[in-house]
Design a protein. Structure first.
Ligand code: ADP
Ligand code: MG
Length: 267
């Protein structure tokens, strides 16, 4: 799937226009533009510290841009998520699974349902079991996080992001944001997570943005790549093009070379 070129804002899940983001005097994003079509799975790649997690926080409404505009399904995001009446369904899977160690898997996954909705304990339990099954962890409800491998904890954090049913008054499927979902995992666990990203995105009927350094994750879980460096997109194109392009940024990323346009910040 290619970039939905020229699509109207409401035909896009995400539209980022001329976004700047500064923390004090430090400029992190400069003139960032980004279109993500409904149902697309987009990778954002680039070296550490280039602002990838910051983009996800902007999309999740946890931060506001210093300048420019972010629209989700054509709706400009002018307020932080916590200040919106009926926020777009955006689910951020953080880099660290951050499970609560003293709660069981079921209590972790069902946490938000127990605390924010009027569901009976039996309904919560049924929903938790369903999403655990969806991430390939059927029957582990009563285990504690400390009893799980890193890959399993990651999958539990996916289940937690999926546990809320899309709201019936929300016309749009969820936008899923994954921050470095496969960092630090062994190759087999990586493959499992990559398939899980595709499966959970499709399960939710949604759109995904995946931040990753891991080449297999880009290739297996996404269909479009944005190469971020120096505060903006230096290259973008389909995964197929990403594998072969001569673009110096992408070439340096693919070969993990020290030589190339991407150099550590000085100072
Ligand atoms: P990446 O995810 O690509 O590694 P980040 O988005 O986490 O990068 O960070 C981009 C830059 O913004 C880094 O230089 C980081 O130190 C800085 N940064 C991130 N969050 C904050 C913050 N809340 N306050 C100040 N600087 C921040
Ligand atoms: Mg990051």
């Amino acid at each position: 799937m290619g970039r939905p070129s020229g699509a109207a804002a409401e035909e896009l899940a995400i539209q980022v226009r001329d976004v700047d983001l500064r923390f004090g005097r430090k400029s992190v994003l400069t003139n960032l533009n980004l279109d993500v079509g409904i149902g697309q799975k987009v990778a954002i790649v680039g070296p550490s510290g280039t602002g990838k997690s910051t983009i996800l926080r902007l999309l999740a409404g946890l931060l506001l841009p210093s300048a420019g505009c972010i629209s989700l399904y054509g709706r400009p995001q002018t307020y932080l998520r916590e200040d919106q009446d009926n926020p777009t369904d955006v689910r951020l899977v953080f880099q660290s699974p951050a499970l609560l160690a003293s709660l069981s898997v079921a209590e972790n996954v069902g946490f938000i349902l127990r605390h924010s909705q009027q569901l009976s304990p039996a309904d919560v339990r049924a929903r938790v079991s369903r999403v655990l099954e969806e991430v390939g962890l059927k029957g582990i409800e009563d285990l504690m996080p400390g009893q799980l491998s890193g890959g399993m904890q990651k999958r539990v954090s996916f289940a937690r992001a999926l546990v809320e049913e899309p709201r019936s008054d929300n016309h749009h499927p969820p936008i899923l944001l994954f921050d470095e979902p496969t960092a630090g995992l062994d190759p087999v666990a990586c493959t499992r997570i990559e398939d899980m990203i595709v499966k959970t995105t499709e399960f939710a009927g949604g759109t995904a943005v995946v931040v990753s350094h891991v080449m297999s994750t880009v290739l297996r879980a996404t269909d479009y790549v944005i190469m971020l460096y120096g505060g903006c997109a230096q290259w973008e194109g389909s995964v197929k093009e990403f594998e072969v392009t001569d673009n110096p940024y992408v070439r340096q990323f693919r070969s993990a070379s020290l030589e190339g346009p991407m150099q550590p910040e000085v100072g």
